[in-house]
Design a protein around this ligand. Structure first.
Ligand code: CXF
Length: 366
């Protein structure tokens, strides 16, 4: 069938809205009419060649919409169901079968491989293949093909524009604090970056009842938003050494630090502000795939630090996304403070406004 998609035509290109053909669902697949799709930096990392995709190609990995067809054997969802599309996983490797599917051993193939499970490509333009299946969905399109595994049925009456970003950015931020770092009531945390993942992490820290929630963010409006969401302190990195600024607030250092920036100097500054036996969570994707930090081995071992890479907030989406929906509907996860909607056709302006810091989480509406 026909789908109108935002095509990336080459490394660094703008999105081009064009009509493509999309195959119907095969066994285990689900065809979804997209109602809303969040824009995330990972889509732009694919645009910029940091994540390997095939051009022309369709990205988008925070889709939400309505199921319009299902393939053989699909039982989790049916036609007419409202769904959130999330990251993909194989379901049969060691990490998937032990409940840690965000670290699927086949993560790259299943999320950036560009092929469905049988190795074929479901998107075409004028008879030629188009890169797709990005995070098992490629949801910057009016119709997306997903897998039953990365489709989560949502019964609750939540607007699609609030549902969409739960598929990646919000579950990543909230989950990093509550599920990965396992922050406890009364603990202290510093979060670098006040974008959608960092601010979702603030919401996670509020849910976890952390006593001190410090956000480090250069943009003044985002610092104000962090405070409105429940951060206890918002630091401007330009105001001085970040490690010292955090230690002025919590002299012994904070129990948890979380980096959403991927900037090595920021990670190093956060590590310097971590308390004895503290944990360091890394979520930010660097713009340079070779980015590295130096760790002083004696310091790490004598302080008893845990350094943890985090993917998708250690989420099991079938459970965690409905939980987040409940939090939102009960007023505990004010996503409306992060989301700004744009018509799908204005995807390039959404990218620009987000890049300039004008909005936190653009959501494209179809
Ligand atoms: C991604 C970040 C890069 C590694 C895989 C998961 N999360 C969301 O976009």
């Amino acid at each position: 069938m026909k789908s109108t998609a935002a095509l990336l035509t080459g490394v660094g290109s703008d999105f081009e809205i064009a009509e493509i053909d999309i195959d119907g669902p095969r066994p285990g697949e689900v065809l979804v009419e997209i109602a809303a799709a969040g824009l995330c930096h990972t889509d732009l990392a694919a645009r910029d060649g940091v994540l390997p995709i095939e051009y022309p190609g369709v990205v988008g990995h925070e889709g939400a919409g309505t199921v319009i067809a299902i393939g053989e054997g699909v039982t989790k969802v049916g036609v007419g169901d409202r769904v959130s599309l999330t990251f993909n996983s194989c379901g049969h490797c060691h990490t998937c079968t032990t409940g840690r599917q965000s670290y699927c051993e086949n993560f790259n193939l299943k999320n950036y491989g560009g092929v469905r499970d049988d190795g074929s490509k479901p998107l075409h333009q004028d008879g030629r293949p188009v890169g797709g299946m990005f995070f098992g969905q490629s949801s910057f399109a009016t119709v997306a093909l997903a897998n039953e595994r990365n489709t989560v049925k949502i019964d609750a009456d939540i607007p699609f524009e609030m549902l969409a970003p739960l598929g990646c950015g919000i579950q990543t931020g909230v989950g990093a604090v509550t599920r990965s770092l396992k922050a406890q009531k009364g603990s202290t945390i510093a979060i670098a970056g006040g974008g959608s993942v960092g601010l979702a992490a603030v919401m996670g820290a509020v849910l976890a009842e952390c006593a001190t929630i410090i956000v480090v963010e250069p943009n003044e409006r985002r610092r104000a938003l962090a405070l409105e969401l429940g951060a206890t302190h918002a630091l401007d990195p330009a105001a001085g050494d970040v490690t010292e600024q955090i230690r002025v607030i919590v002299a012994r250092g904070v129990d948890h630090v979380l980096d959403t920036t991927g900037i090595p100097a920021v990670v190093t500054a956060l590590i310097g502000a971590t308390a004895v036996r503290g944990s360091v969570g890394l979520i930010g994707v660097p713009s340079d795939a070779t980015a590295a930090i130096e760790l002083n081995i004696i310091a790490v071992l004598t302080l008893g630090l845990t350094v943890m890479g985090i993917i998708e907030g250690d989420s099991t989406p079938d459970e965690f996304i409905p939980e987040l929906v409940e939090h939102h509907l009960a007023g505990r996860l004010p996503l409306e403070k992060l989301v700004t909607t744009f018509p799908f056709a204005e995807i390039n302006s959404a990218v620009k406004v987000q890049h300039d810091g004008g909005v936190v989480k653009p959501v494209l509406m179809f």
